[in-house]
Design a protein around this ligand. Structure first.
Ligand SMILES: O=C(O)CCC(=O)C1=CC=C[C@@H](O)[C@@H]1C(=O)O
Ligand SMILES: [Mg+2]
Length: 348
């Protein structure tokens, strides 16, 4: 993605000297995993996170490093607000597990809940049952669903017809890709089905994050700081797209979630609750001051990793070496992509 590097790019030696690798358990399976590995960088400005999913290649992961180096070495843009409304996220669990997930969002419950649907191996019946349980437990919450592109066009129409009765705020990435999303959105409008569309993967995994806006594929874009190459790059995408944006996590620790909050705080408009409540799904974290919502919102306090917790959750030596090597390769990509002026500060 053609976004500028943090300028100047810190030299690799400095980045590696700031590196900690942790492995943290989740309390519930999410995105097929029950533990999360992450690099925490003790940068001179902020603590920052580099945690591309393990299966991602270097080209994609380099954008995540760009985000970490921007946050750690250059800090955050000035905030325009100090409270970020946040949604609860319910993974594709059985109905009887919904209550314990929602309980993690504190007394009074969340005002907005995102429910994962279209999980491989499950059926529409499972999705309806999960949504019904969420609605029972949170009668006045706004509900949204996220299919992660798990439906085809016809399947999505059937599913959204069945789920529209829940009064969905929006359906996130019901089908994969940009053009299929645009076709589905047009068909929903044609049928008079009142389900707005949000684009997630169609923004963060496509070569051109603005194609969604150009093709009218969505009503809302979901933006994530790490995959989009940092807070400033994501702000630029929102400005160019001209669509309402929802900031969402990349299943980050408290440190990475704080970067997402910095992005949400700097957006000119924030009409929807953000998907930054996923620290609640972690069994352990890198700070005792866990970055979880209070009364449905995150405040903009400083979040720093605790050295004792970094040590306690340190990943095994072989994993630490794997991550250091991944950082090295991604850093090399950023150096090679940088302009000559930026490269002046990078190792030769
Ligand atoms: O947006 C939220 O409510 C929580 C974050 C979330 O859903 C995700 C985090 C990390 C990886 C993604 O598969 C997933 C998403 O699709 O948005
Ligand atoms: Mg999503």
């Amino acid at each position: 993605m053609p976004v500028p590097n943090p300028s100047p790019l810190p030299p690799l030696e400095e980045v590696l000297a700031a590196l900690h690798v942790v492995r943290l358990p989740l309390t519930v399976r999410f995105r097929g995993v029950t533990e999360r590995e992450a690099v925490i960088l003790a940068g001179p400005r902020e603590h920052a996170e580099f945690s591309p999913f393990l299966e991602y290649g270097d080209a994609e992961a380099a954008a995540w490093l760009r985000c970490a180096l921007e946050a750690g070495w250059h800090g955050f843009p000035d905030p325009l607000r100090t409270e970020i409304p946040v949604n609860a996220t319910v993974p594709a669990v059985a109905p009887d597990a919904v209550e314990s997930v929602l309980a993690r969002y504190g007394p009074g419950g969340p005002h907005t809940v995102k429910v994962k649907v279209a999980e491989r191996g499950q059926t529409l019946h499972d999705d309806v049952a999960r949504l019904a349980e969420v609605r029972r437990l949170a009668p006045s919450a706004a509900l949204r669903v996220d299919a992660n592109g798990g439906w085809g066009h016809d399947e999505a129409l059937t599913a959204l017809e069945a789920l529209a009765g829940f009064g969905l705020q929006y359906a996130e990435q019901p089908v994969p890709g940009v053009v299929p999303l645009a076709e589905l959105r047009a068909e929903l409008v044609r049928r008079g089905l009142p389900v707005p569309i949000a684009a997630d993967e169609a923004v963060r995994k496509e070569a051109d994050p603005l194609a969604v806006a150009r093709l009218g594929a969505a009503d809302v874009i979901v933006i994530k700081a790490q995959p989009l190459g940092g807070v400033r790059a994501a702000l630029d995408i929102v400005a160019a797209a001209g669509l309402p944006a929802v900031v969402s996590s990349a299943l980050d620790t408290s440190v990475g979630t704080r970067v997402g909050a910095a992005l949400a705080a700097a957006l000119p408009a924030l009409p929807y609750a953000c998907g930054l409540g996923t620290v609640a799904l972690f069994g352990e974290d890198v700070t005792a001051d866990r970055y979880v919502p209070r009364n449905g919102s995150l405040d903009l306090r400083r979040i720093a990793a605790d050295p004792e917790l970094l040590q306690r959750h340190r990943a095994p030596a072989e994993r630490r070496a794997w991550w250091a090597e991944r950082v090295r390769r991604c850093h090399e990509r950023l150096v090679n992509a940088a302009s000559p002026a930026v490269q002046a500060d990078a190792p030769k």
